[in-house]
Design a protein around this ligand. Sequence first.
Ligand code: TYD
Length: 137
Amino acid sequence: MPGTKGFVREITLPQVHDARGDLTFIEGGTHVPFTIQRVYYLYNVPVDSERGGHAHRELEQVIFALSGSFRVKIDDGYDTSEYWLRDPRRGLYMSRLVWREIDSFSQGAVCMVLASHHYDETDYFRDYSEFRAAVAQ
Ligand code: TYD
């Protein structure tokens, strides 16, 4: 049913640029379409590491490369796409029901994630076939 299909979209944040450097800010509900309840970040990531490999029942997230770069592979249960994040101003919004895998980390990459809810393991689909079954419902 189309109503249960997840989606992604790119988000560009404001930038205040002057001779002292660049400043970017994020306001929950304004620059990201939810109230931010959690922030987490990945760092010290080995370049051959693969992260993600799951989807969420309800959680919405926006992912940024604060430093360095990495690839985000997206699967909504119907179509696949991939995004390279490398600009700290540009994030990828992921709705619920989006299977994501993150790899090809550059040396020293920092991946920051804004999330709509606190951590809850019961919100995860960690099994791909379970995810596919939920999307098809
Ligand atoms: P996981 O979401 O599987 O990481 P990734 O998607 O980056 O591969 O989480 C890895 C571990 O960290 C897992 O044991 C759950 C724990 N964790 C928390 O305790 N709180 C959090 O906010 C997150 C994102 C993970």
